[in-house]
Design a protein around this ligand. Sequence first.
Ligand code: ZN
Length: 292
Amino acid sequence: MLQIRNERVVSFSLNHYDVFWEIEPTTEDIQQYEFYVERSEAEAGPWDSIAGPLVDQYFIRDNSVHSITTNARTLYYRIRCRHVPTERVIYSSTFDRVGAPNILATEMIRLERVLFEEFVGVRCWLFPRRTFGQRCPSCFDTVLGKTVEARCTTCWGTGFSGGYHYPTSFWAQIDAMAESEQVTVDDHRRVQMAQLRCGPSPGIKPLDLIVDHQNRRYRVVEAGGTSMSGSLVRAEIKMVLIQKGSIEDKIPLRVDTSTVVLVPPRNFQNAQTQSSSRAGVIDVFGMYGVKS
Ligand SMILES: [Zn+2]
């Protein structure tokens, strides 16, 4: 089976993206393979096939991006490779305009990932909000050009059919912010903000929905972070708790509650203790030769 490498997206135009990929040198008959280019607004899909089948071709120009590229939207690509006689299929890794991080950024991301997954994080789920696609067939009024039903369960209030892309599970640290009451002459409002930090994947943008390990549901209002050589190494997210009873509470999240791990199991066998620092090379400090 072929192996895909060096996949990348490059463009200096608002009208198109150039998508390139290569294969590892092989002795197989490459005429028996077909390539398809798939694109999504979210790292986890759903994926649209935008080109293919391509035979012995390693470049396409995606001309359909001019109407859908904005500063707030990231398009992800992957290459699907099909071996025609056996029907076997492999995929490349998912890639976007940012490209692969360099080795220093990769190490930073790996260390932070250890931190979030094994020490300070909790399991969360990201629902990337749809920002283009099919309008909601239930509540979108084509004459008015807007949704006319705020509690629509076809689009969950987003105006696009389905509302969100597939959810992605990830580890993140959540800091609760001070509870505050906004008092005006007319009414009182309780706005509960929270801050979340996590690695660069999955990519989070404003208005996305985040569900934490206690099924608290948050709306992202600000997404930033720290970069190294052009690659995001840590995301810092500001978000607001959604009021109980909102339409977002009805969005189903299918999790196997009997097996899901919600907090890091390593919390209970801390690597700094004398016994566990001798545990082996995969130990977070043992890896650097630190012995008690
Ligand atoms: Zn709707």
